[in-house]
Write a protein that binds this ligand. Structure first.
Ligand code: HEC
Length: 215
């Protein structure tokens, strides 16, 4: 009895351990297939059931993903119902939003419009039509919605960036463009408020002196 059991144990152990690490062409044994294998259409597959033979179906017309109901036209498109540009950014503007706007501006707009909005981005040296400066009176006087619309719709030869930039970021960029414009036309008062004055800026002080005075 002892011998038979002993032999059986040894055989089972050898069987279990012996094959480990041996590559096999055959699929592994799958004792309980459950619902692992079932008929289905893989992405991009053909399905003759539909007229266009595509297994991938488009959402039913008018479908709106949760959280994407863009019913507030002023917020989403920068225009009022009558088509006029929204005059002021429709959300609260704070430091965090401005900093977000700066990061997004530097990614999406700065290569063409330049770090200060002067229209001297790096791409201009490569034959691209220079964009107008954001510091022109005409752009300064634009309603916020018009700047927003340039991102949402594009403007003349500039393409739309609506697919790259989500709605909150578009308004953050608009706020940052306003900050850029303000920075380029800073008044004596603006300078004093952050501890700078004309002498500091026009003296031989270095950029790091100015930064030290600012922060
Ligand atoms: C690929 C280069 C490029 C990028 C990137 C770009 N722009 Fe422009 N933008 C232009 C050009 C060129 C014009 C001028 C279009 C024209 O007049 O035909 C322009 C025009 C504008 C104007 C209109 C100014 C006016 O005079 O009416 C605004 C506002 C503007 N851009 C904002 C933005 C913002 C905001 C971004 C970033 C989200 C951005 N642009 C990204 C090239 C660019």
């Amino acid at each position: 009895m002892y011998n038979k059991l002993h032999l059986l144990t040894v055989t089972v152990v050898v069987l279990l351990v012996g094959c480990q690490g041996m590559p096999s062409e055959k699929p592994p044994i799958h004792p309980n297939p459950n619902m692992d294998h079932q008929e289905k259409f893989l992405p991009q597959a053909l399905n003759p059931f539909f007229e266009d033979n595509r297994a991938d179906r488009l959402p039913v017309e008018g479908t709106i993903a949760r959280g994407q109901l863009a019913i507030d036209v002023a917020y989403h498109q920068g225009v009022y119902d009558n088509g006029d540009f929204v005059t002021k950014i429709p959300t609260a503007v704070n430091r965090e939003m401005l900093m977000r706007g700066k990061v997004r501006y530097d990614i999406y707009c700065q290569p063409c419009h330049g770090g200060t909005g002067a229209g001297d981005g790096i791409i201009i040296g490569y034959g691209y039509v220079p964009p107008p400066s954001f510091n022109e009176e005409r752009v300064i006087n634009m309603p916020d919605g018009e700047l927003y619309s340039s991102i949402y719709n594009g403007v003349r030869s500039m393409p739309s960036y609506r697919h790259q930039i989500p709605v909150e970021d578009r308004w953050a960029i608009v706020a940052y463009i306003r900050a850029l414009q303000r920075s380029q036309g800073a008044s004596e008062n603006d300078l004093n408020r952050i501890g700078l004055n004309r002498e500091v800026l026009t003296s031989t002080s270095t950029a790091s002196d100015v930064a030290a005075a600012t922060y």
